[in-house]
Design a protein around this ligand. Sequence first.
Ligand SMILES: CC(C)(COP(=O)(O)OP(=O)(O)OC[C@H]1O[C@@H](n2cnc3c(N)ncnc32)[C@H](O)[C@@H]1OP(=O)(O)O)[C@@H](O)C(=O)NCCC(=O)NCCS
Length: 152
Amino acid sequence: MEIVELTREHADDIVTWSYPEPNGCYDLTGMDPRHFTDLSRGFWALVEDGRLIGYRCYGRQARVPGFDYDDEALDIGGGLRPELTGQGLGQDAISTGLEFARAQFTPTRFRVTVAEFNVRALKVVDALGFVAIDKFESPADLTTYAVLVRDA
Ligand SMILES: CC(C)(COP(=O)(O)OP(=O)(O)OC[C@H]1O[C@@H](n2cnc3c(N)ncnc32)[C@H](O)[C@@H]1OP(=O)(O)O)[C@@H](O)C(=O)NCCC(=O)NCCS
């Protein structure tokens, strides 16, 4: 797995991705592909053998409305291609993203915001050493999110 620049072709693929419930809130269907190719928004492609298997994002785009974020940590987010979820790829996917971010942005800490119902994602970030420091309800979707951090 590796992180590469997200092309328009990748973006056209990503905007068709839809996740089964309860993960429908992570759907990317119908979004403008330019949202993903605008480098300033911090989206990158996760590929394996040249095939797009997911995306990673860094910075403000990885935040969820309703939490008082500081700039002491680099926010991370992302997702696997829907049909590749639930197969044990998540830990490698996020690790690959962290390794890339360490080299690219030299952060001191990483932060991730995960919906409390998303036990699958919470298990993966827990295994990667993230520790919950807070939780909040987002006014955007009235969902409770956990905020977790780890040293970079
Ligand atoms: C979150 C994500 C990266 C997790 O990766 P994954 O490869 O799908 O997860 P895995 O198959 O490795 O499952 C992780 C763990 O959750 C468990 N799990 C899977 N589905 C579950 C469910 N519905 N409820 C509870 N546990 C579940 C697995 O058994 C596994 O447990 P283990 O570590 O004890 O073996 C991936 O699902 C994804 O990108 N999802 C879509 C977007 C998303 O959720 N984003 C959140 C960003 S933080």
